[in-house]
Design a protein around this ligand. Structure first.
Ligand code: CP
Length: 334
């Protein structure tokens, strides 16, 4: 696939927001206000109740068409967008890249314009190149919405939203929270979106912990504390968000062996004892047991990992409803 980038990665407020500051697309959480994050969480909770926890179909998006365009592998994000749209009554096309004309050389934009010509209301886009969802949004010929399902190391906004939604079910007040995010921060779109979401809700302290080779440029995360020693970083933490080593995005980073990495940066039950006794453990998945997290911690009583997955469906329902049916959406639970 070849294409020319029309825009550089990074948020473009004029694209993401309409003239009244409402969401037109969801490309990044940078610039999204506290009230908008709170409203999406409230909506996701209402949709959880209205749908009987996902057992009762709703018809908010009846007559709408959502196309999932995933150019990178996904289990959680793709399945939950699919379920979310269907549970709201939309038609969903899971575009199969491998059997599409993309393999004959059709460009991303020609693909998007072809699908637009058949009429669709939303594109859910995942791509290895940062900035692709923004590029698609800037190039549309219709009023379709673009939802970023993860672009390179840039952003994964629905993951950030579902993570703070999950956390808020356990901690109503974010102000006293000390949150440590540990792992491959440099290549992590989740870290970027989590930091934006946590900031929007006023998290008291955000510590980023990574080996030097995988640490971010400090100016990328102003206000966050950057550490390279996990024992120091996790001390007294209220929340530990663990990240996978994203080898698919590493070009030259010299990383230690998996065994050495686990010894220095893995969340074992012994290391978790250095955090607060009620420290919550999160991970966006997929997890690598014995690399960034021990199996007994991932499956243990402090782990919210599967709650994050479950909440992802309701948050994606909320985002789809907000972008595609804001008036009908507002009427539900009002
Ligand atoms: N958290 C996440 O994006 O997982 P998937 O790659 O399985 O979608």
């Amino acid at each position: 696939m070849t294409r020319t980038r029309a825009t550089t990665p990074g948020p473009d407020a004029s694209l993401q927001f309409d003239s009244r500051g409402g969401l037109r697309h969801l490309l990044t959480l940078q610039g999204v206000m506290r009230t908008q994050v709170q409203a999406l969480i409230e909506r996701a909770e209402i949709l959880r109740r209205e749908s009987g926890g996902g057992t009762r179909p709703l018809d908010l998006l009846r007559g709408r068409t959502v196309i999932n365009l995933f150019f990178e592998p996904s289990t959680r994000t793709r399945t939950s967008f699919d379920l979310a749209a269907k549970r709201l009554g939309a038609q969903v096309i899971n575009f199969d890249i491998a059997s599409s004309s993309t393999v004959k050389g059709e460009t991303l934009l020609d693909t998007v314009h072809t699908l637009e010509a058949m009429h669709c209301d939303a594109f859910v886009v995942r791509h290895r190149e940062a900035g692709t969802p923004e590029f698609v949004a800037a190039s549309l010929r219709s009023r379709a919405a673009v939802l970023n399902a993860g672009d390179g190391n840039n952003a994964h906004p629905t993951q950030g939203l579902l993570d703070v939604m999950t956390l808020r079910r356990h901690r109503a007040d974010f102000a006293p929270l000390r949150v440590v995010i540990c792992g491959d921060i440099r290549h992590s779109r989740v870290a970027r979106s989590d930091v934006h979401a946590l900031r929007a809700l006023g998290a008291g302290e955000i510590r980023l912990c990574a080996p030097r080779e995988l640490a971010p440029a400090p100016e990328e995360f102003p206000g966050c504390i950057v550490r390279h020693d996990f024992d120091e970083a996790i001390s007294g933490a209220d929340v530990a968000i663990m990240l996978r080593l994203q080898k698919e995005r590493m070009q030259d980073a010299a990383i230690p062996s998996e065994a050495e990495y686990f010894q220095r940066y893995g969340l074992s039950s012994a290391r978790l004892k250095q955090a607060r006794p009620d420290c919550l453990v999160m991970h966006p998945g997929p997890i690598n047991r014995g690399v960034e997290i021990a199996a007994d911690v991932a499956d243990g009583p402090q782990s919210l990992i599967l709650e994050q997955v479950a909440n992802g469906v309701f948050m994606r329902m909320a985002v789809l409803a907000e972008l595609l049916a804001p008036d009908r959406h507002a009427a539900i639970g009002a």
